[in-house]
Design a protein around this ligand. Structure first.
Ligand SMILES: [Zn+2]
Length: 477
């Protein structure tokens, strides 16, 4: 019974109208000090890393930055429960049958999408897992601002459709697999896979009559086309209350267009597996509000200097204030974010993110009997989610049908290339591409950086002389 009571209390405390700037600041400060003290006491890594720093008084900017490679290299020392070991957790997520099972009876496990170069393991306790849903209820939906109306959900569960790549341990899918049992009567979840035939997805959506749809910008745009061109008719059902974009930047034009097509609000959420409640989509307009009581988002330039609101940063540093088992403090993420300098018309006192952009990626494509066919990069990327000793990767198209997957191991680690090749070829076969494309795997010690100092992880060298469209992607959820 403790779970539901704690959830109700959390939900109640999260409502934005209890908060003002002073309370946000005080709560953030208090939670930061608790996190730092816990990290230094229980994590050998942070004890070493923060030695000589007084964590009761230091400024956040006095603390060193954590990269994903650093976190994964020091994983066993970084977590605060000594029973958690990278190798065991890696084996756990390798078996899809474990999805939704609590590790050691208390932790949800996920891995990030690997779009940042390498996958990262994330472990969080049940409170953190329920917080994802409490924040969603309290801050990201327009209608239910108080707790009592939620009780009606036991009779009439919210219908949520989620469109991801495939079922798996990546954060947006794992969050739903780990819904605490006492919350499951509140939702019905329809999981759709981006790679299934669109006609099947449309049929399932029409039957389900979703109130909420969550998906990547590109998936939402394809659904928008189905609706706009008359192959789907969700608008007529008038059930839809909100569409939420995650994981890819959504342009203003696409957001406005989707709102017209579906006649509903489109929220834009910015979060990542390392901090699932980083922000909630604004309930009134574009952009998202940082949940500054639960996380700290620093927008910085390439030398980690703070960038003022209104100016685009070159990366962000994220501090997760609620995950004590895997402390994530000033964690570097390669997204370009612009904070708003103006208060938000929706009235939320939480800082507003005006714009989020990701890295520009090339498209991969082949000539399929005179027709251009796009090869989704996740065909190559998804198998890499399991390679926990990976430091960096690059997917290259080098010829009309030739692809190269370049891999850099973590320092002092070796990669099992045969196993990786087998997993990639499994995916290539599943897409029906085995007789169409050639894939080579290269293990290298370094991947050359582009003029911006960043690695382009999906690069089409063959098409460089031809002008092809580009898409963007941000740190994956
Ligand atoms: Zn707002």
């Amino acid at each position: 019974m403790l779970g539901p009571i704690r959830f109700a209390a959390t939900l109640q405390s999260l409502y934005p109208f209890w908060w003002n700037e002073a309370k946000i600041k005080a709560t953030q400060e208090e939670r930061l000090r608790t996190l730092l003290a816990h990290a230094v006491e229980h994590s050998p890594y942070y004890k070493r890393r923060f030695s000589g720093i007084d964590v009761t008084t230091c400024a956040l900017t006095d603390l060193p930055i954590l990269t994903k490679a650093e976190m994964m290299e020091n994983y066993d020392d970084l977590v605060t429960d000594p029973r958690l070991k990278k190798a065991d957790l890696g084996a756990f997520v390798d078996d899809i049958r474990n999805l939704g099972k609590l590790y050691l009876g208390r932790y949800g496990v996920s891995h990030t999408s690997g779009s940042q170069g390498q996958p990262a393991l994330i472990v969080q306790d049940e409170h953190a897992l329920s917080l994802i849903f409490a924040v969603q209820f309290a801050r990201a939906t327009k209608l239910k601002r108080r707790f009592l109306p939620h009780l009606g959900r036991f009779l009439n569960p919210a219908r949520m459709a989620v469109m991801t790549v495939k079922p798996g341990f990546y954060p947006s899918a794992a969050a739903f697999a780990y819904i605490p049992r006492y919350l499951s009567p509140l939702f019905k979840v329809l999981r759709l896979s981006y790679s299934d035939p669109m006609a099947d997805n449309v049929r399932r959506l029409e039957r389900f009559r979703p109130e909420y749809i969550t998906g990547y910008a590109s998936a939402l745009e394809s659904l928008g086309r189905e609706e706009a061109e008359g192959r789907m008719n969700l608008r007529a059902e008038a059930a839809l209350k909100q569409i939420t974009n995650v994981a890819e930047p959504l342009s203003d034009e696409a957001g406005v267009w989707l709102e017209q097509v579906f006649d509903t609000h489109v929220a834009d959420e910015y979060a990542m597996g390392e901090c699932m409640v980083l922000s909630s989509g604004c309930i009134a307009g574009r952009g998202a509000h940082v949940n500054a009581d639960l996380a700290i988002l620093e927008v910085v330039d390439e030398h980690n200097r703070p960038v003022p609101p209104g100016v685009e940063g070159s990366k962000v540093l994220v501090t997760n204030l609620y995950n004590h088992v895997q402390p994530i403090i000033r964690y570097e993420v390669d997204d370009r974010v612009t904070m708003s300098a103006e208060p938000c018309p929706c009235g939320s006192p939480m800082p507003r993110i005006a714009r989020i952009s990701g890295r520009t990626k090339d498209q991969l494509w082949i000539d399929d009997g005179g027709r251009m066919r796009e090869i989704p990069y996740y065909v190559f990327l998804v198998p890499l989610h399991h390679v926990l000793d990976l430091a960096e990767h690059q997917i290259l198209q080098t010829g009309p049908r030739q692809f190269v997957v370049r891999l850099v191991p973590l320092r002092g680690k070796q990669l099992a290339v045969d196993g990786i090749r087998e997993r990639i070829m499994e995916n290539v076969r599943a897409e029906g591409l085995e007789s169409t494309i050639e894939v080579a795997i290269e293990v290298v010690s370094e991947i050359p950086r582009g003029p911006s100092g960043k690695i382009s992880r999906v690069r089409n060298e063959y098409a460089l002389t031809k002008s092809r469209p580009q898409t963007q992607e941000r740190a994956g959820t």
